[in-house]
Design a protein around this ligand. Sequence first.
Ligand SMILES: C[S@@+](CC[C@H](N)C(=O)[O-])C[C@H]1O[C@@H](n2cnc3c(N)ncnc32)[C@H](O)[C@@H]1O
Length: 466
Amino acid sequence: MSTQSSSHAHASPSLRHRFVRLNPRFDRDETLGLLKSEIQRFQQHDNEYPLPVPWLNFKEYQLEFFAIPGEFSLNRSTSFQSGRIYGMDVTSGAAVAALLFDFYDVVDPAAPNNQNKKRKPVSGEPLRVLDLCCAPGIKLCMMADLSPASSILVGVDISPQRISLAKNIIKKYHIDASTSASQSTSVIADAKKHSNAENEFPSRVSIRLYHADGTTFGTNESNSTVKNGLVFDSNAALDEFRSRGKRKRTNKSAKAREKRRLLELQRREEDENANDITAGGNLNGKKIDTVSHYICDLMNDEDIGCTCTLAVPPFDRVLVDVECSTDGAIKHIEKNQSASSSRSSVWDDKNMDELIDLQKRLIYSGFRLLKRGGVMIYSTCSLSSKQNEHVVSSLLDECQDSFLIPVSFSAHGESSREISFIDEGSIPGTVRFKPIVYDVKGGHDSVDCLLPGNGFFLAKIGKRQN
Ligand SMILES: C[S@@+](CC[C@H](N)C(=O)[O-])C[C@H]1O[C@@H](n2cnc3c(N)ncnc32)[C@H](O)[C@@H]1O
C-alpha cells in the first residue's frame, strides 16, 4: 500500500514537527523502520526522523512518543493505516502518564519516608479508569494500552458525533485484527519483550463508551436532553468480531444485534450496581458491607454540594480533559496568526463564563466519581488562568478531601534541567506547557531539541483516604 510516495513526492522538507505514539502491540523496530522509510521517501533525503522525545521518554519507561515532520500526512501513511502508530501530541501523553504513573510526581527529598527513589509504573492490580470527556478517544487508547490487565476503562462524552469517532478509533486499535494486532500471540509476546520489563503488557482490558453528560454521569440526576447510554463495549465488540465470520448477516442486523446487546449489558450493569448499593457487594476485591458503608466510604458528596448517590462504582483514576477555548493548540494559534483569518476569538464574556462554569461542573463531577485514595488529572489545551488554575482552586477550596499532587516533567531522566517550554502554573505543582510558535511560513527561530508540543495545562489531584 504505497500511497505515500506519489502523494508527497514534491513536498519540501520542513523543521515543523508533530507527534506519534507507537502501538505497543506491534514490533517496535519494524514500526520505526517502516515509519522512517516513509518519512525519507516523503522528504526525499536522509534525516533523523522519527525523533524520540527526551523529556517524556525515559530509559526506565518508554512511552514511545516520536516527532515526525509536520507536513507528513499520517492519514496516507501505511504505518498509520495499519494501526502501528497513533497521532497524538506529547502534551496529551504527559497528561496520561501523570495520571497512571507517579514517576513525574515531585517528591520532597527532605521529607522522611518519602525518599526520591526510583518509582515503578502502575502495579499489576486492575484499575477502574474514567475519561469524563473522552472523545475522540486518543488519550483513552493510551490509557487502555498502559493500564494493567483486566482494568476497566470507561469513556464518556456528550457529543454523539464525537463519541462515534471514539468508537471507531477504539475499534481500529483494540478490536480490528488487521490494525490492532491483538489476535496474534506472537505479536503480543514481541510487544512484551519490547515494553518495559517491569510493566506487563496488558493482555486484555475492557473499554466502555457512554454517550452521556459528564456533569451528571453516574449519579441519580440525569440530563434529559442527553441519552444516557452505553454505546460501546469492547468485550461485546470482540465477541461480535470473532463470530462475524461464522454468520452471514447484513450490516443492518449486526447493528440491531449490537444495540440489543448493549442494552442488555447496561441493564445487567445497573442491576449489579444496584445490588452493590442496596445489599452490599464487592468492589475491586474490597468487600462492601452495607449501604451506608458504600455511600460514606466511597463518596464525597456533602462537601461538593451534591446530595445525589452514585449509580456506578467509583474510579481509581479519572481524567477530566475538558472542553476549552483551545488557545494553546498550535493549530489554533496559527489560524489566529494567519493574515487570511479575519475571525477573532469566538469566546465573548458570556460564553466564556458558561465555558468556565461547565469546566467547574466537570471537575466536581470527576472528583465525585473518584475513589478515596484515587488520583485525577484536570487538563486543558488552553493557557488561560480562568480555565486552569481558577477551576482547580475552586475544587481545592470547596472539597476538603482534595489535595494537589505536584508534578514536574523537567526534573527527570536525561534532561534533569529546566526546560524552557515547561512552566509551573500559578498553583505550585501544576504544569503549563508553552507551545512552540511557528511563523506564517511554517518556520521558527530555532528547533528545540527537546521537542515541545501544544500549549497545555495539567493538574494532578488526589482524594484523601478518609
Ligand atoms: C478536549 S476534548 C477531549 C479530548 C479527549 N480527551 C481525547 O484525548 O481524545 C473535550 C470533549 O469534551 C466533550 N464535552 C463537552 N461537554 C461535555 C459534558 N458536559 N460531558 C461530557 N463531555 C463533554 C466534548 O464533546 C469534547 O469531545
